[in-house]
Write a protein that binds this ligand. Structure first.
Ligand code: PLP
Length: 349
């Protein structure tokens, strides 16, 4: 019998659960541009409550939530300090420049994790008239391209204190902040305390079909509504999406530890495989990045031919992301497929 293809390209491929589908079908809706969608309003109130912030806004994507935040906190000509492989730099289409007129100043973290001592030398806040001034500090937790790495609570607090001491706002790209909180055994309100804004995604490991949330002060979120509209993100009967989002927010974080266990299983199964390099101790959440000796794009094509989907995230690196729709048995099969493909690649080298 043919096995179904194992899709570990991203946690964004998760499908809405049957409970989400039922809630979507039954959702009460209205026109959200007039703030009249009761389900959207409920989701926004709930997100603010869960994060301990004053307000929240539903946006179609994490990229839009991030770009609204960037614009909220900056003026044209400012610098935004972020990690060297941050999503905002690699995957948001230069929008810091296009939408906000800002440039990104990058600082390399330790496996994506920035400490305040890394950021401080990159700041420019003296008002020197011939030097672009820093307008915003930008943190990503978990860090996607560094392999789902987690910035610990004490470091998050150090970053907030450091930024605020220098009079700077600090934004968290928390696309996978629930994964970080689960890995740390804390809650998202504690982990993100003090951040001026937090963006998080409902549509990744939390399984909603669409949507992210930006949370922050009431004043910032009120301004965010205009910026969302400017970007074309004012939706109408979006309550059908919020209905799934409410389930994502309230019920899905508690199962993320299963994805983390599956990622660890994959990493330990690949440890020691000839032609693959990985340190299982570095796998902290649901993202596994391993090195290959062959060309990563070719390796990923060979994986696809053998029945699994993965991502090439560098010339010699492959990424697997665990999620609800690939269970432990399928992760075990995926590890076997990687071993077979690695052996074949070595034989042909
Ligand atoms: C860290 C991070 N931030 C932001 C995003 C953007 O989310 P979206 O794909 O919904 O625009 C992603 C998506 O993978 C991400 O990994």
């Amino acid at each position: 019998m043919n096995q179904p293809i194992i899709d570990l390209r991203s946690d964004t491929v998760t499908k809405p659960t049957p409970e989400m589908r039922a809630a979507m079908a039954a959702a009460e809706v209205g026109d959200d541009v007039y703030a009249e969608d009761p389900t959207i309003n409920r989701l926004e109130a709930r997100a603010a409550e869960v994060f301990g912030k004053e307000a929240a806004i539903f946006v179609p994507t994490g990229s839009m939530g991030n770009q609204i935040a960037l614009r909220l906190h900056t003026q044209p000509g400012k610098e935004v300090v972020c990690e060297a492989r941050a999503h905002v730099l690699d995957w948001e289409m230069g929008m810091a420049a296009v939408f906000s007129g800002c440039q990104l100043r990058t600082v390399a973290g330790q496996r994506g994790v920035l400490r305040w001592q890394d950021i401080e030398p990159a700041l420019s806040t003296t008002g020197l008239y011939y030097r672009a001034q820093t307008g915003l500090v930008w943190i990503e937790n978990t860090h996607n391209m560094a392999g789902g790495t987690v910035t610990p609570l004490a470091v998050m607090q150090e970053l907030v204190a450091g930024a605020h001491d220098r009079g700077l706002p600090i934004h968290l790209d928390g696309a996978r902040v629930f994964n970080a909180a689960v890995a740390l055994g804390t809650d998202v309100a504690t982990l993100t305390r003090g951040f001026d804004t937090v963006n998080f995604c409902l549509s990744k490991g939390l399984c909603a079909p669409v949507g992210s949330m930006l949370v922050g002060s009431a004043a910032d979120i009120a301004r965010a509504r205009s910026l969302r509209k400017a970007l074309g993100g004012g939706m109408r009967q979006a309550g059908i999406l919020a209905a799934a989002g409410l389930i994502a927010l309230d019920e899905m974080p508690e199962r993320l530890h299963e994805d983390h266990a599956n990622a660890k299983l994959l990493a330990s199964s690949l440890n020691g495989v000839e032609g693959v390099s990985i340190d299982p101790a570095e796998v902290e959440t649901n993202i596994v990045i391993f090195g290959v000796e062959a060309d990563a794009a070719k390796f990923v094509a060979d994986l696809k031919a053998a029945g699994m989907l993965a991502g090439a995230v560098g010339p010699r690196s492959v990424r697997l992301v665990t999620h609800r729709d690939v269970d432990t048995a399928a992760c075990g099969r995926a590890a076997e497929i990687v071993q077979q493909v690695a052996a074949k690649a070595l034989a042909h080298a």
